[in-house]
Write a protein that binds this ligand. Structure first.
Ligand code: FES
Length: 182
């Protein structure tokens, strides 16, 4: 008799669990139940009165910035956090990464040349301006995923991007090249 009751209760528990009804019982309903035999004092019962809130995690990326890895010509990697809205050139300078940037981001050189190592990330970047393409044409070791570091701006989708620094950059002053005025 006792065993058959027990198996009946077991079946009911399984059915309720499958139907998800155990998870929909509210704290108030539970406390009002005449069958409530929870062994802990009310204040220690493991109910949550707040809904799951992940917004602080999303906000963290905004505050801390995205993760960017620079890989130098020797294959040495350095991972840094770059605040949203900051250029990769500025971020490199703030973190002692050797990325020259002779014209300080005014699109008049190619010394901030970086190579995006993953084409998926490259495709997430804004289209280059004509001026950037003109400067890239003069860059040493140009590749299909080359960009100018001063024009790559941190945004959440770029979290995890890896940027290779070319083996050399073409410095107009050193090469004796002087861009013609327009
Ligand atoms: Fe000169 Fe980027 S620093 S074009």
């Amino acid at each position: 008799m006792f065993n058959s009751r027990l198996s009946q209760v077991g079946r009911m528990v399984k059915q309720l669990t499958r139907a998800g009804q155990f998870t929909s019982v509210t704290r108030a309903e539970y406390l009002q139940s005449p069958y409530n035999c929870y062994p802990w004092p009310v204040k220690h019962r493991p109910f949550s009165t707040t809904a799951a809130d992940n917004s602080h995690e999303e906000g963290n990326e905004e505050k801390e910035g995205i993760s960017v890895t620079f890989v130098d010509k020797y294959g040495e990697e350095k991972e840094i956090k770059v605040p949203i809205g900051m250029s990769m050139l500025e971020a490199a300078h703030q973190n002692d990464i050797e990325l020259e940037g002779a014209c300080e981001g005014s699109l008049a050189c190619s010394t901030c040349h970086v190579i995006v190592m993953d084409v998926d990330y490259y495709n997430k970047l804004e289209e280059p301006l004509d001026e950037e393409n003109d400067m890239l044409d003069l860059a040493f070791g140009l590749t299909e995923t080359s960009r100018l570091g001063c024009q790559v701006i941190a945004k959440p989708e770029l979290d995890g991007i890896r940027l290779a620094l070319p083996a050399a950059t073409r410095n107009f002053a050193v090469d004796g090249y002087v861009p013609k005025p327009h």
